[in-house]
Design a protein around this ligand. Structure first.
Ligand SMILES: *[C@@H]1O[C@H](CO)[C@@H](O)[C@H](O)[C@H]1NC(C)=O
Ligand SMILES: *[C@@H]1O[C@H](CO)[C@@H](O)[C@H](O)[C@H]1NC(C)=O
Ligand SMILES: *[C@@H]1O[C@H](CO)[C@@H](O)[C@H](O)[C@H]1NC(C)=O
Ligand SMILES: *[C@@H]1O[C@H](CO)[C@@H](O)[C@H](O)[C@H]1NC(C)=O
Ligand SMILES: *[C@@H]1O[C@H](CO)[C@@H](O)[C@H](O)[C@H]1NC(C)=O
Length: 263
């Protein structure tokens, strides 16, 4: 009986560790990340991702990959989902998307997204899209700063540096590295990141108080027609997504725990 409860305890620890790893990696284990970037095959094949008309559907790929609920919600509420779709139909240079996971969003200071204007939400999403296709090997030769859909310039730097074991990204406010390849063909690459890339333009503490007039010259037009932004990500949505994630983890621990007690 004693031996059984000891081994149950170890099984419990093992599952706890699995759950923890599942929930935390790779942010908690940056050393493992690089291999994943190189070795991990695309989660979806081009054929699976193709929508009617043969245009790659980014939302579908992210849905299939899982853990991108909040990013998908932002893509929808900002209409960037449609923008991506038509860009992939038109673009000959392709696209690269840095997709932050749900846990990346959950690391933001609470309320961060809710306090952003619709225009800033749009800019934040666009900041994660580079208007050229970049394979992991192309990161070695890329010239910084990269331009994104949000624009270029000193308030919107996005630098990518390739090291032997990792591909690191910095915005000046956020440092992170690629933690996996979600999808790649020759036109579209989607990489997983464990932090939301915060552009200085929106988040630098010395940013001027939001004034509706006089955007900096380098700042791109925030071309989000007011009529199109019908429902920005609602506070309830975000917190419930985060709540769901937490609960999911707590839930699986709970299930494992009761399984152990049932032994
Ligand atoms: C892309 O996929 C998503 C999710 O599966 C779906 O809701 C959306 O309608 C698709 N878009 C197009 C243009 O097919
Ligand atoms: C894709 O582009 C072609 C050629 O520009 C256009 O005729 C077609 O309507 C576009 N398809 C979609 C779904 O936007
Ligand atoms: C990005 O790279 C450029 C060119 O090397 C450099 O001037 C700039 O300071 C870098 N910015 C950040 C935030 O690292
Ligand atoms: C990002 O990394 C640079 C260089 O390693 C460091 O100087 C900077 O303080 C880091 N910034 C943050 C926000 O972690
Ligand atoms: C690259 O990023 C990882 C984590 O994101 C960090 O541990 C590592 O120190 C970074 N490498 C350099 C050279 O900044």
């Amino acid at each position: 009986m004693k031996q059984q409860s000891i081994s149950s305890f170890f099984i419990f620890l093992f599952f706890l560790q699995c759950t923890y790893t599942f929930a935390q990696s790779p942010a908690a284990a940056p050393a493992q990340a690089p291999a994943v970037v190189v070795a991990q095959p695309p989660a979806a094949t081009p054929a699976q991702a193709a929508a009617p008309h043969g245009i790659t559907n980014v939302t579908k790929i992210l849905e299939k990959a899982g853990h991108f609920t909040i990013f998908i919600r932002l893509l929808r509420s900002t209409q960037e989902e449609n923008h991506l779709f038509s860009a992939l139909n038109d673009s000959s240079t392709g696209l690269t998307i840095f997709a932050p996971t749900d846990s990346a969003f959950s690391e933001l200071k609470s309320g961060t997204l809710n306090t952003l204007s619709d225009g800033d939400k749009s800019e934040l999403v666009k900041f994660h899209v580079v208007p050229t296709f970049l394979s992991t090997s192309q990161f070695q030769t890329v010239s910084n700063p990269l331009g994104t859909w949000a624009g270029t310039g000193s308030r919107l730097p996005l630098n990518v540096t390739s090291y032997p074991n990792s591909v690191n990204i910095t915005t000046g406010l956020t440092n992170t590295s690629l933690s996996g390849t979600v999808y790649t063909d020759n036109q579209l690459a989607i990489y997983k990141i464990e932090k939301v890339l915060l552009p200085k333009d929106i988040f630098a503490s010395n940013a001027p108080a939001p004034a509706p007039v006089a955007p900096a010259p380098e700042k791109p037009a925030k071309a989000v027609p007011a009529a199109n932004v019908e429902s920005p990500v609602a506070p309830v949505d975000i917190s419930s997504a985060v709540w769901f994630m937490h609960n999911n983890v707590v839930g699986s621990v709970g299930i494992v725990a009761s399984a152990v007690f049932a032994l």
